[in-house]
Write a protein that binds this ligand. Structure first.
Ligand code: ZN
Length: 52
């Protein structure tokens, strides 16, 4: 059974595999990263840091 709608990507930022829609890194505008890192980059760009 094919599942072409959800490809597995590896996030170069955190190294985790993810199947959600990739986010574009704000650092260079072309690296695809996982949504979690996309949110973190977006927040850090606003001067907000996430506490884990
Ligand atoms: Zn990531």
């Amino acid at each position: 059974m094919k599942n072409e709608s959800h490809e597995t990507n590896i996030c170069p930022c955190c190294g985790k595999a993810y199947t959600a829609r990739p986010a574009l890194s704000r650092k260079n505008g072309k690296t695809l990263i996982c949504p979690d890192c996309g949110i973190k980059e977006a927040l850090s760009g606003l001067g907000i840091s996430l506490e884990e």
